[in-house]
Design a protein around this ligand. Structure first.
Ligand SMILES: C[S@@+](CC[C@H](N)C(=O)[O-])C[C@H]1O[C@@H](n2cnc3c(N)ncnc32)[C@H](O)[C@@H]1O
Length: 329
């Protein structure tokens, strides 16, 4: 049974995803939009260790549980959110409040010291900080953001949490590959999207902007950014693409497009992650059958633990140069 929807909830959303995802998955998604969400946090390894943070949280009397898979992550119940936010650990920047789903892309990027890393759409910098915490201080980390105000927010966030060494660029990510072709060992594209996975039934502003044309507009942006991400990645490097969108156009469709455009240069590395929220990627819609490899992507429905999310990990197997923008973009 569907939860009670506010009268302003877009009917077009229901129609669209009932036909693409089916009634059962749509119902799960709608219940996820209604769920009381846990507050997840990540221990900021730039400021301390997992053990030191846990000790301070315990001293602060915060009732938290650490995750088994994401060993530097934990959560509190919705009603304990305030005690977490006002804790000494939060004030010291020793913990960083970041949703569970949002922590996954960097996890799959396999960051370790000695790599050059590009975060192509970085503000406000939750994932850049996560990358910086796993890399070493002298590694090259570049964070790119298009919107001036958000770039300042990103810089401030990085500074407050001990990541001043990250190089921040106010730039259009679609052009980065021109300055650094086949350069980075790792590229993260946490793309601008329709943010459907973040809808809350009790917050009209979370869905009031949504329309099918918004999805189309996002698809155009994502394709251009993906094109740049692939060209900026060195052969042998890893690209992780993520969105908090529900629409297959922005997720599986974007990956299908990139596999076609860069045939022979890019392959999917299937994501291993067991979670009750994980559902099969959409491999067929509007009579279009996608590449079998897309099955290795990770589609997550929203729940009390996380927002709706999509992550796909890709390896660059061969050079993509010289690029042919007209053809591939
Ligand atoms: C989903 S948010 C990124 C969130 C970020 N990864 C984090 O975890 O904090 C997408 C960001 O991409 C930025 N953006 C949109 N178009 C861009 C472009 N062409 N180049 C660079 N950044 C862009 C948006 O302003 C927004 O800050």
């Amino acid at each position: 049974m569907k939860p009670n929807l506010p009268p302003t909830f877009p009917e077009a959303f229901i129609e669209r995803y009932a036909s693409i995802l089916g009634a059962v998955q749509l119902e799960r998604i709608l219940h996820g939009f209604d769920a009381k969400r846990q507050t997840w946090f990540r221990i900021n390894l730039l400021r301390g260790t997992i053990d030191s943070a846990k000790v301070i949280l315990i001293e602060d009397g915060v009732k938290f549980i650490m995750d088994e898979f994401l060993v530097d992550a934990g959560w509190v119940e919705a009603e304990d959110r305030e005690s977490l936010l006002s804790s000494k650990a939060a004030q010291m920047g020793l913990i960083y409040v970041q949703g569970l789903a949002s922590q996954l892309p960097v996890r799959f990027l396999d960051i370790h010291p000695g790599l050059s890393v590009l975060d192509l759409t970085a503000a406000p910098g939750s994932k850049t900080l996560q990358i910086a915490g796993l890399a070493s201080l002298d590694d090259e980390i570049a964070a790119v953001e298009l919107v001036r105000k958000r770039k300042f927010k990103l810089q401030d966030n990085l500074r407050r949490h001990g990541a001043d060494h990250v190089r921040v660029f106010l730039q259009d990510g679609t052009k980065v590959w021109k300055y650094r072709p086949e350069y980075f060992d790792r590229v993260l594209l946490d793309a601008p999207c329709s943010s459907e996975g973040r809808f809350r039934l009790d917050d009209e502003s979370s869905f009031s902007y949504w329309s099918p044309s918004k999805v189309k507009e996002m698809v155009r942006k994502q394709r251009r950014l993906l094109f740049s991400a692939v060209h900026a990645l060195r052969p042998g490097g890893t690209l992780v693409y993520s969105t908090c969108a529900v629409s297959p156009d922005e997720n599986e469709g974007a990956i299908e497009h990139i596999l076609k455009s860069f045939e022979g240069c890019i392959k999917i590395d299937p994501i291993k992650f067991d979670a009750p929220e994980r559902v099969e990627p959409v491999l067929k819609w509007r009579n279009k059958q996608l590449n079998d490899q897309v099955a290795g992507a990770c589609r997550l429905v929203p729940s009390e633990r996380m927002e709706g999310f999509f992550v796909c990990k890709m390896i660059k197997t061969d050079t993509s140069h010289p690029p042919t923008p007209g053809k591939r973009n």
